[in-house]
Design a protein around this ligand. Structure first.
Ligand code: GDP
Ligand code: MG
Length: 663
């Protein structure tokens, strides 16, 4: 039964204005908050907490403009135009009113729904000695205005109250100059134009703005060619393109409003000057790029220095329990198959994966902290040149960095890119950004074969991933796309002292999903593998005669040239396509014989050279099902199939080359 919703409310505004922070505060959910644009690319739903009405909130992706440039902005406009919302909350970074008000003015122009304006980040504004005349803004825009600092919870109760008793609809109208208004009149006079459109005045304005979506919807109309003529004559009259003129007109209104409503008191220029000078230094490529590499390197060192002892403790706990549980089972004469399922299957497999939890938590904590300070956006800025050399757009850097966490949201973040070419390229090379599910594989092999240089080996795998991405992007661009690049416009968010809770929360959410995966997908995979290694009944567990052995042996010769021709290794790789964590889980179920640790067992199957080849192979080959699923959604089946084969082939070639050259 569907519950009745009393009100539907949308949160709308520029990227990085604090929408998700406010959404989380209002709904009690834990959506990802990040200090740069492009973090929220999917609309998120939640219910307003602490009121008796049933109010549904939607956290829309950030938008700079309602004349959409990229697919995520199209999503926003379609949502706002669909008329499903009873009220729209427009959230603005008050440090940057001029740019942030732009989409809001556009919103007020086309929607007659009530609008609440939230001036967020007032804590930062006040610390620079600026004050707003709230009344004046409310009067000029004819909306309700709420000052807020979402990060400290300020303004949230007022906002909640305003949402449940929304103001009347808005009747804001922006009057353009006579040239524009005259052209609008000409359009309105076209036969049947007014009858065709519910909001004809707005549609006419959009025609002058050459809004791609509106123009497309008008293509089949008899007056389409007349519209083209009016567009051209309007450009001639204005002496410049009408979209530019209209945009500036709005900016003019906003500038006037800002000038009237911001009051300056004392200025703390010292700190601002310092921040500017600092930005200048770290966004210089000669400093910025080495600094970025050093920071990433330090992160990996920390992941190992802090994580390894914890990892050994957890691993130790699982081997200790498997010994004791085996003894216990023997003492109560449990059937051998059941004991084998629990010890060889579940404890070995799930335990093998869970012991990497500390490394993953540390990685996520550090990444989230860095992201929140605003450093990552600066890294994106310095990497722009590098990205262009790769044949990618500077904005691709954000999906690329997200890829180190998980390729699924990273591929979705590619929606913020404006051209289809950039989106496809970014998505295709994204899996080479090694996700956290692959980290356990590297940690396992690095600690078994490269004891002294674990951190460095794993760091180098990540770097090789980046190099492969660069190489592949250039190759794909040469082969498939030959269009011109568009330049990067990235915003530098302010440096912020991150809230520790935020990073800890982020780390915990990742840990939780990792544990959840261990409890579901991995348990299922391990049980299937255990079953296939035990049938037909009577064969020795995980022997060549088992079903699994037969399947594995059929594929194994393919990987023989890479020195990875043992069927157990092949089975682990095959299951790795379900989820990369399965690789470690399956090796842990299949390789060790009684009393052996996984690391000892690995030495029987791998040499340091083939171990390295295996790490590279798992880095490069076919991504997991979840990734393939979003890939298909974002760039289509054809490109997804291409990615599957390309990864498989390249991974095989590299592992084989490593084996041939180094052994
Ligand atoms: P969104 O992109 O609009 O969803 O913005 P987020 O909610 O992800 O927030 C962007 C950044 O601003 C994050 O680093 C937040 O922690 C920070 N932030 C959000 N609200 C405030 C605020 O009121 N004051 C300050 N100082 N920072 C804030
Ligand atoms: Mg967001």
């Amino acid at each position: 039964m569907e519950k009745k919703i009393d009100l539907r409310v949308a949160l709308f505004g520029n990227p990085n204005s604090g929408k998700t922070t406010i959404f989380n505060a209002l709904t009690g959910s834990h959506q990802h908050v990040g200090n740069w644009s492009g973090v929220t690319v999917d609309s998120k739903l939640g219910m307003l907490k602490g009121v008796k009405e049933r109010v549904e909130l939607v956290d829309l992706p950030g938008a700079y403009s309602l004349t959409p440039n990229s697919p995520d902005e199209v999503v926003v406009r379609d949502a706002l135009m669909s008329g499903t919302f009873d009220c729209i909350v427009c959230i603005i970074d008050a440090n940057n009113v001029e740019r942030n008000l732009y989409p809001m003015i556009q919103l007020l122009e086309f929607s007659d729904k009530p609008v609440i304006l939230v001036l967020n980040m007032m804590d930062e504004v006040e610390s620079t000695g600026h004050f707003f005349d709230i009344e004046k803004i409310a009067e000029a825009l004819r909306v309700k205005v709420i000052p807020a600092a979402a990060i400290d919870g300020r303004g949230i109760p007022e906002l909640r109250e305003a949402i449940v008793s929304p103001p009347e609809g808005n009747d804001f109208k922006l009057l353009y100059d006579t040239t524009i208004e005259r052209q609008i009149c000409r359009i309105l006079r076209l036969k049947s134009f007014e009858a065709d459109h519910e909001d004809a005045h707005w549609t006419a304005l959009k025609v002058l703005e050459r809004d791609p979506q509106v123009m497309k919807s008008l293509k089949s109309k008899p007056y389409f060619s007349d519209l083209r003529k009016i567009q051209n004559s309007s450009d001639r009259d204005l002496g410049r393109p009408s979209p530019v003129h209209i945009g500036e007109y709005r900016h003019g209104l906003i500038r006037g409003l800002v000038a009237e409503s911001i009051k300056h008191t004392e200025k703390k220029t010292d700190s601002i000057e310092f921040a500017d000078a600092f930005d200048h230094v770290i966004t210089n490529p000669w400093v910025g790029i080495p600094l970025f590499i050093v920071i990433i390197f330090l992160i990996f060192q920390l992941v190992f220095k802090l994580g390894s002892p914890l990892q050994e403790m957890i691993g130790g706990f699982f081997s200790w329990s498997s010994i004791h549980i085996t003894q216990f089972f023997a003492s109560i004469s449990t059937p051998a198959w059941l004991a084998s399922l629990i010890v060889n299957g579940l404890i070995a497999g799930v335990g093998g994966v869970l012991s990497f939890l500390p490394n993953i938590m540390i990685l996520f904590f550090l990444m989230s902290y860095l992201e929140d300070t605003g450093y990552m956006a600066r890294a994106a800025f310095v990497m722009d040149g590098v990205m262009h050399k790769m044949g990618l757009h500077g904005k691709s850097f954000i999906p690329m960095i997200l890829g180190f966490g998980c390729n699924v949201p990273a591929i979705m973040a590619a929606r913020t890119l404006e051209t289809r070419k950039d989106r496809i390229l970014t998505v295709l090379v994204n899996p080479f950004m090694s996700c956290s599910a692959r980290l356990p594989i590297y940690v396992l092999f690095a600690s078994a074969f490269f004891t002294k240089h674990q951190g460095f080996i794993v760091f180098s795998i990540y770097m090789i991933g980046i190099i492969i991405a660069v190489f592949s992007a250039r190759l794909f661009k040469k082969l498939f796309f030959k269009e011109e690049d568009i330049p990067l416009i990235i915003e530098l968010p302010p440096f912020r002292m991150p809230k520790l809770v935020n990073s800890i929360l982020h780390m915990w959410l990742k840990a939780r999903s990792f544990i959840y995966k261990a409890g579901t997908v991995i348990v299922a995979g391990v049980v299937i593998v255990w079953f296939l290694s035990s049938v037909p009944f009577g064969v020795e567990y995980a022997s060549e005669e088992s079903f699994l052995g037969v399947i594995g042996r059929a594929i194994a010769p393919v990987f023989h040239p890479a020195g990875l021709g043992d069927w157990k290794i092949v089975v682990a790789l095959v299951f790795g396509i379900i989820a990369k964590e399965e690789v470690v889980a399956i090796l842990a179920t299949l390789l060790p014989t009684a009393g052996q640790t996984l690391s000892e067992a690995l030495h029987l199957y791998f040499t340091p050279v083939t171990a390295f080849g295996f790490m590279i192979l798992t880095l490069v080959y076919t991504p997991c099902f979840a990734t393939l699923g979003v890939m298909k959604k974002e760039i289509g089946l054809k490109w997804t199939m291409f990615s599957v084969f390309y990864g498989l082939l390249l991974g095989w070639v590299l592992a084989t080359l490593i084996n041939i050259i180094f052994s």
